[in-house]
Design a protein around this ligand. Structure first.
Ligand SMILES: Nc1ncnc2c1ncn2[C@@H]1O[C@H](COP(=O)(O)OP(=O)(O)OP(=O)(O)O)[C@@H](O)[C@H]1O
Ligand SMILES: [Mg+2]
Length: 455
């Protein structure tokens, strides 16, 4: 049979009767059904990995491997004289296939499209986020060794290993989902895996309107800002929807423009034909070969981009992005981790200070205020809903302080009977400083309409 290891023969000699499937557990078996099945699974799994070479199995396509494994498992069941119902046998085979080939107990979660994040805190706790809420699932790994094995399989796809010597790793699943792995001794309660599920059907501004994330008028304002080549920072906390929003905004970029995107793990899906996608690279096992976001942003300045899109600005590349925004690459965009638009600006300032450029604070602020036009603030509210809470414009400087004005805001009004937050989006009625820019791009009427929705 394919992939069998010649030397080891852990499976006992075939039993006389073809006892592949029997009715139920004998009455003498006092273990709980779940425990019994899990013990059987472990025994079969151990036999299987002793008798086949998983790397050889890995060379077969998914369907053939499953068939091969089903045959071997059926054989092991028969040889070990195990008592399993037909349904139980199917469960065992499916679980073992997932274990050998896929992500083990996580496979059913990976298949679900309603899940935003999967968070595994050691073998015993798997959380998911659906509809903005985090909940504990009843999925468990057999033990931390099984979980570690799966972590190893995930990171090996990007040519890495996780172990005591290199306990942190970013990787990607075959479907594009972003993965972070951190293992002991850094993670105290066992290997910890965080998966941001990749959504094939990216959200659009229309869908965000449907979710109540933004009002139609607010969405129009964002569309005009993106189409009029404003430099935009999308600010927000973890998982607040920054990348999603950035992706939505890129939809309004003209198809004729040359766009370069720089990301840590490619998440954006631009629809335009002329896009160059760049990705950073962590150092390899010997600690060399790292390519940082800053390297990418600097390099893309030499690639004649019309717009630069930075997935997440979080270090000294902030300075290079500002330079780009200030030197004719209008319409550049990026996301930043901050809780308010004002906060986003101080984060940029801090990133530049940490980058070791010895610039006076005022000079840095001047750079920021002339580079950034719009800050869009995304938030995940306490009821799990995601809202755009501010569309704020950077207008200039007053003394040493950058002046901001809110063009669009979300006012929280209260809570309904189900505990959902109620409120409304409204234009503040302030005339935007980018009015002339919008007029230049022929978007003035739409801008006026979007802003007429004020109280
Ligand atoms: N407005 C929204 N309504 C509902 N779900 C949303 C909304 N925006 C984003 N999501 C979902 O929330 C999850 C997180 O979104 P996203 O990756 O955009 O967040 P992020 O702020 O970039 O997170 P991170 O800080 O981890 O980079 C995704 O699964 C996405 O599909
Ligand atoms: Mg993101």
């Amino acid at each position: 049979m394919f992939g069998r290891r010649a030397a080891s023969a852990p499976v006992p000699a075939p039993a006389a009767q073809p006892a592949a499937v029997q009715a139920a557990a004998p009455a003498s078996d006092q273990r709980l059904p779940d425990q019994r099945l899990s013990d059987i699974k472990i025994a079969i799994f151990n036999d299987l990995i002793n008798s086949v070479d998983p790397t050889e199995l890995g060379r077969l396509d998914g369907h053939a491997v499953r068939e091969e494994i089903s045959d071997i498992v059926a054989e092991i069941i028969s040889m070990r004289n195990l008592t399993l119902s037909a349904a139980e046998q199917q469960v065992v085979i499916a679980d073992i296939c997932n274990d050998v080939l896929g992500l083990g107990p996580l496979e059913p979660l990976i298949a679900r499209d309603d899940i935003a994040d999967i968070m595994v805190n050691g073998a015993g706790k798997v959380y998911i986020e659906t509809n903005g809420r985090i909940e504990l699932t009843d999925i468990r790994f057999r033990d931390n060794a099984q979980l570690m094995n799966i972590c190893q399989r995930i990171v090996s796809a990007v040519g890495r290993r996780v172990d005591e010597a290199s306990p942190i790793c970013d990787a990607r699943l075959a479907d594009g989902s972003r993965v972070n792995v951190i293992v002991p001794p850094l993670a105290l309660d066992g290997p910890t895996l965080t998966i941001r599920k990749f959504k094939r059907d990216k959200l659009t501004l229309d869908k965000l309107i449907g979710f109540g994330t933004i009002s139609p008028a607010g969405a129009k304002l964002l569309e005009v800002a993106a189409a009029s080549r404003c430099n935009i920072l999308v600010s927000g906390g973890t998982g607040s929807g920054k990348t999603t929003l950035l992706n939505c905004l890129t939809l309004y970029i003209d198809a004729g423009e040359r766009i370069v995107t720089c990301e840590d793990a490619a998440e954006l899906q631009l629809q335009q034909p002329h896009v160059v996608r760049l990705e950073t690279r962590p150092p390899n096992l010997e600690g060399v070969g790292q390519v940082t976001m800053r390297d990418l942003v600097r390099n893309c300045l030499r690639m004649r981009p019309e717009r630069i899109i930075v997935g997440e600005v979080r270090g000294p590349e902030a300075f290079d992005l500002l330079q780009a925004m200030n030197t004719g690459h209008d319409g550049s965009m990026g996301t930043i981790h901050a809780n308010t638009p004002r906060d986003a600006l101080s984060r940029v300032e801090n990133m530049i200070a940490m980058g070791g450029y010895n610039l006076p604070a005022k000079a840095v602020r001047e750079q920021i205020s002339s580079a950034v036009n719009i800050i869009v603030q995304a938030s995940r509210l306490r009821d799990g809903s995601r809202k755009i809470t501010h569309v704020t414009e950077v207008v200039g400087m007053e003394g040493d302080v950058i002046t901001l004005q809110d063009l669009f805001v979300y006012d929280i009004e209260g809570e309904d009977a189900q505990g959902r937050i109620t409120g409304r989006h409204r234009a503040t009625g302030i005339r935007p400083a980018f009015w002339d820019r919008a007029r230049y791009f022929g978007r003035e009427r739409e801008l006026a309409e979007a802003l007429s929705d004020h109280v």
